[in-house]
Design a protein around this ligand. Sequence first.
Ligand SMILES: Cc1ncc(COP(=O)(O)O)c(C=O)c1O
Length: 415
Amino acid sequence: MSIDKHFFLRDHWVYDPKAPAPVNADAGRSIETNALHAGFHPYRNQADFRSFTPPLVQSVTYPYETFDQVPCPVYGRTRTPTNTVLEQRLAALEGGQACLTAGSGSQALFELIFTLARPGDNVVTSLNIFGEGYKQATDIFPERCQVVFRFVPDPADPDSWAREIDSNTKLVWVETPSNPCLFVTDITKVAAAAHAKGVPLLVDNTTATAALQRPLELGADFVLLSISKFLAGNGALLGGALVGPEGLVEDIRWNTTEFVGAVMPPMEAWMTLQCLETLPMRMQRHSINTQAVAEFLQSHARVAQVNYSGLVDHPQHELAGRQMSGHGGLMSFVIKGGMDGAATVMNSLKLIVHAVTFGTSRTICMHPPTITHEHMTPAEREQAGIADGLIRLSVGLENVEDLLTDLDQALAQLS
Ligand SMILES: Cc1ncc(COP(=O)(O)O)c(C=O)c1O
């Protein structure tokens, strides 16, 4: 008997800039329909049972019926039936070929870079990235893997990106709109700059989600998602995902995740499937509420600056209008009076909750300079627009008048 016990080992994926963009079979359907149907049909998928909701298969292992059978899934570190439905749904929403779920968005980023880069290689990005990503870029990867990160000095200029890319660059990484300052990067132009030098582009689509922005259609090669934010929308679930070519996704799954773990458990995947059903509608309502809050704050005498791409005087307002179908639920604003002023306002809020996440149905505020972006140097924070008086606001689905009333009374506490 000859059995290939190495069935699960895969070749390492190699980026081919000339290869046609991989397609998703459901990409022709609308986002609202894919959010409800992609990856699961109540009876066509299931030979043994019929279920209206996708199955929650809470099992770590998937037994062998015979000695030489290779079951798939085999073990919960690589694939479970429930995670597979979620992966197909997220791939369809983003219009990508395949998807890998991970224990968190930070984990998904780590696994991608860990897979693509070797000692001596570099990754090109900007300072407009989330705090844990910055820590990976400036500490974890350089110190422990000798992978260096280059921060482009002028992320609004595609040539600035092109200048940082060299023969050792394995990835260009863009977060747009960025957390916390809502900087909008031109995906098409940065993709062209990366591809001209034979390098793939990753876009972190966490703040916009596929409901408002489709980076793969704009030229990106991979999409990073924190499920913990708008995709789940409730602050109850931790998870992440990477969407991209099947060869890359399976390379990470079978050559890294299989051996280091850190997966999203089936229960979390199942709950995310329920939450995704309302994503397109939630993102529309987040956008409407945030626009109203941003306009209110912009006209307030005690607010020095408002960061939201829906405002006509946002530096990338036109670009955001071209590459997004709405401006989303995240914004930030700078209080006159620096850190003390921010503390006074945040301590005075009665309805809005002070917490470290965003994308929830309930409105949340947070102080990036002392919490998520404390690892940046003061000079880097200044370059990234993270002023001492900056408050990040994740605008929820409440009645917007109640939010304005709360913000108004809190701002009134400033002397
Ligand atoms: C833009 C962005 N991407 C990714 C992540 C990482 O997500 P997670 O919290 O699921 O690790 C975050 C977290 O704040 C984020 O803001």
